[in-house]
Design a protein around this ligand. Structure first.
Ligand SMILES: [Zn+2]
Length: 414
């Protein structure tokens, strides 16, 4: 064993195989204020590995998550489609698991209460666990969501179990991939979940990331990139079993997994779960070679995006961005796109206005700027919300403006 090699966060094997290396990048949620424009920005390696023992695709931890969540500005409620998705989820769960006034629902990474508010509305007791203090405070004050400001893991699980009891439904959407110590996190869920209770989690599916070339969903806060197979193995290691799974279209293609205690015989493993394991096996998710083609596809995507932007600028077109999501920053920094190509970007979240994108220092403005400057092209960064955004801003057609979607391959939408 060479001690200088990075180690797998699940099985502790040496990591020697690159999945993709996106170079040195700043933290994608570290927006820059005007007075910081002349200061140095910390950059960290954005280099993902594939473990040749357990096949977990992963990023090393370089930044303490408490640093990341100190000034976190991501309020889920700013996305209408995401709030709608949350509402539909709560209705499904209430129905499926007969949740009522005597149940307890707990959400890990409950953000601003975008989801638990729907349980509140039905008078189903609930608890949020959220590490970003400013966002938790919003949930408590504005949405009356009982929220604990904490990172989840074994210690937090013991504390919550003593204070609130064990949940019938324990959920976490887009949190599992953001956990640096996956073993501590899953072990914590094993401790916290009520006997007979259900865990549901949603996370982007590695199959979609690879098929649809979604390299921009790789960023420093996102430590693990999961197949259903590897998540099943991690849960089983901690005496939890995945007994069902749904494939969702959110975030470019996500899985919703259903977990239970391994000794809970009341929920048989569904055919959906068995079929997905088999499909992944057939596709090559247990074969190192399968993972190797991804980097070449990403490099070609970068060349296509730059080709388009260079031509657009030669033709004296104005290009602006839409959105300031984490994924946009990975793409812009990897491709080296700055204000030489994109004049500004806009975002609905006023907390981001008059700040600058990390690394590229593209200014973030109010969406009303689009009507003022009438750009030729609007480069859509949160492509997962493509339909919602294009519908809201269809007025750009009035002056012949067009949307550009960079992923899976650059396309110009008329
Ligand atoms: Zn491993």
């Amino acid at each position: 064993m060479n001690n200088n090699l990075p180690k797998c966060s699940f099985c502790n094997n040496d990591l020697t195989h690159t999945f993709i290396n996106l170079g040195m990048q700043p933290l994608c949620e570290d927006f820059v204020k005007a007075e910081q424009l002349n200061q140095m920005e910390p950059h960290y390696p954005l280099h993902t590995y594939i473990c040749d023992n357990c096949f977990l695709v992963q990023l090393q931890e370089f930044v303490d998550p408490s640093e990341i969540y100190k000034g976190y500005d991501y309020f889920s409620s700013y996305s209408d489609s995401w709030v709608h998705h949350a509402k539909k989820y709560t209705e499904l769960m209430i129905d499926k698991f007969n949740l009522n006034k005597n149940s307890l629902v707990a959400e890990i990474a409950s953000n601003d209460g975008y989801l638990l508010q729907w349980f509140n509305e039905k008078d189903i007791p609930n608890l949020g666990i959220e590490p970003a203090a400013n966002i938790a405070e919003f949930a408590i004050k504005e949405k009356s969501i009982r929220t604990e400001v904490k990172f989840f893991g074994v210690e937090t699980a013991k504390y919550l179990k003593d204070k609130y009891g064990q949940p019938d439904l324990l959920l976490g959407n887009n949190v599992l991939a953001h956990v640096p110590d996956i073993n501590d996190f899953v072990k914590g869920m094993k401790i916290f979940l009520k006997p007979g209770g259900v865990i549901t989690m949603e996370f982007p599916h590695l199959q979609k990331l690879m098929e649809e070339n979604q390299f921009d969903t790789i960023y420093h806060e996102h430590f693990s990139y999961f197949s259903f197979t590897i998540v099943s193995e991690i849960f089983e290691f901690h005496q939890l079993q995945l007994w069902d799974v749904e494939e969702l279209s959110t975030h470019g293609g996500s899985l919703r997994i259903y977990g239970k205690h391994i000794d809970d015989d009341s929920k048989p493993v569904t055919n959906r779960a068995k079929d997905l394991l088999q499909r992944e096996l057939d596709m090559g998710f247990k074969d190192l070679e399968f993972y190797k083609s991804f980097e070449d596809n990403v490099k070609e995507t970068k060349r296509k995006i730059l080709e388009f932007l260079i031509q657009a600028k030669r033709d004296k077109k104005q290009v602006v961005g839409y959105g300031a999501p984490g994924k946009g920053n990975t793409l812009l920094n990897y491709c080296g796109i700055r204000t030489d190509f994109i004049d500004y970007t806009v975002d609905r979240n006023p907390h981001k206005h008059n700040k600058f994108l990390p690394g590229t220092l593209i200014p973030i403005l109010d969406p009303s700027m689009i009507k003022k400057t009438k750009p030729d092209y609007v480069f859509l960064l949160p492509w997962n919300l493509k339909n919602e955004i294009i519908e809201q801003h269809s007025y750009i057609k009035e002056w012949g403006g067009k949307f550009i979607v960079p992923i899976p391959e650059l396309s110009i939408l008329d």
